[in-house]
Design a protein around this ligand. Structure first.
Ligand SMILES: *Cc1c(COP(=O)(O)O)cnc(C)c1O
Length: 366
């Protein structure tokens, strides 16, 4: 049996009703900031439990625009995780601010104990990343941010409906950014993102920023940019958003099955499952002995495992100007050599999940 990683062909296999909607929409010509976008924003805000949701051009912009709306730019520092997807750091850099790294812990999120030491007089904000669909320790991070008067913008791109202490990822800080990229849990047919906030003023600024700063047809209130979520893509979002709780539940169930079965194999270590966290398994990631050997074995057997990510971000060539060096963040370094991700999406059968487990068991001769 082969187990594929990408489920996109399955997710969008039956879309005749969606095509009919898109066809009817095209006849309206309501392409920019149209009615279906407002509907999607309303439904997204309700799903996450925030007062406002603002559709933007990408997940990256959903991180960059709130930083800009909070006045962060050249000369400022923003603290984030040393190991994340490049977009987190790209969003910070695009504002003109400098990204400052803090190592992660085995939850794959930033180690809150190390944040204080990274704060300088230039620090303006913290951007925790809820990597893999884990949720960073937000209660402690918010307390620390308040003590130091720092803004918090959450990178929730991998963590839609993730929660800690019953409160959703993206609703702890001043704002949370989500991605609708095809590889994310709630996915559209191209790029898109959403910012959530419960601050009315911040929401109003974000609506201006994403639309050239235009307060009306002919009035420019502030300098903005063009980063609107396409109304066409919002229709795809509306088609899928109702399934998000079920998609999340299926991923959580699949992960529980893996935890139980993979956790019994010597050679595999399941990351700590902190109580009070609802992790949504955008990625199902574990630590493996002889990871490269296991990876080769899986691929040879037709199990499409992946590594997220093989090079710790802070060590990437493109980030060299920030002056970090190999060894600066030892946990991120260790992870790069130990982690492996297995498919855990909502379209997998139990037989496929068990095939993954059997393939891993076979490698370790257990
Ligand atoms: C996907 C992702 C983003 C940004 O997403 P885009 O929509 O591709 O711009 C940001 N941060 C993390 C952690 C992501 O996984």
């Amino acid at each position: 049996m082969k187990v594929r990683y990408s489920y996109l062909p399955q997710q969008f296999a039956e879309v005749d009703d969606l095509f009919a909607e898109l066809k009817a929409f095209v006849a309206t010509g309501d392409f920019t900031l149209g009615a279906p976008l407002a509907e999607f924003e309303g439904r997204f805000a309700e799903l996450i439990g925030a007062s406002h949701a603002i559709g933007v051009g990408s997940g990256t912009d959903a991180l960059k625009l709130p930083l800009k709306a909070l006045g962060i730019g050249v000369g400022d520092e923003v603290i984030t995780a040393a190991n994340t997807f490049i977009a987190t750091v790209g969003a910070i850099a695009e504002t003109g601010a400098r990204p400052v790294f803090v190592d992660v812990d085995d939850s794959f999120c930033l180690d809150v104990d190390q944040v204080e030491a990274a704060i300088t007089e230039r620090t303006k904000a913290i951007m925790p990343v809820h990597l893999t669909g884990e949720v960073a320790d937000m209660p402690r991070l918010m307390a620390l941010a308040e003590r130091h008067d720092l803004a918090v913008v959450e990178d929730s791109c991998q963590a839609i409906l993730g929660a800690i202490e019953g409160r959703n990822a993206g609703t702890w800080g001043a704002a949370g950014g989500f991605s609708l990229h095809p590889l994310k849990n709630l996915n559209i047919w191209g790029d898109g993102g959403v910012v959530v906030t419960s601050d009315d003023e911040l929401a109003a600024r974000l609506r201006l920023l994403r639309n050239h700063g235009l307060s009306g047809r002919d009035e420019v209130a502030i300098m903005g940019c063009n980063s609107r979520l396409d109304t066409l893509q919002a229709i795809v979002g509306n088609w899928l958003i109702g399934q998000t709780p079920e998609i999340t539940q299926r991923r959580i169930q699949n992960a529980a099955r893996y935890d139980e079965r993979l956790g019994a194999i010597p050679g595999i270590r399941i990351p700590p499952r902190r109580p009070g966290v609802r992790r949504v398994f955008h990625l199902y990631m574990v630590f493996a002995e002889d990871r490269d050997g296991l990876m080769d074995h899986c691929l040879r057997q037709g199990v499409e495992a992946k590594i997220h990510y093989p090079i710790p971000l802070y060590q990437q060539e493109g980030l060299r100007p920030y002056g970090y060096q190999a060894g600066d963040f030892p946990i991120s370094d260790r992870h790069a050599g130990e982690i492996i991700s297995f498919p855990a999406d909502q379209h997998l059968s139990e037989a496929e999940l068990d095939c993954v487990v059997a393939t891993v068991r076979e490698f370790y001769g257990a």
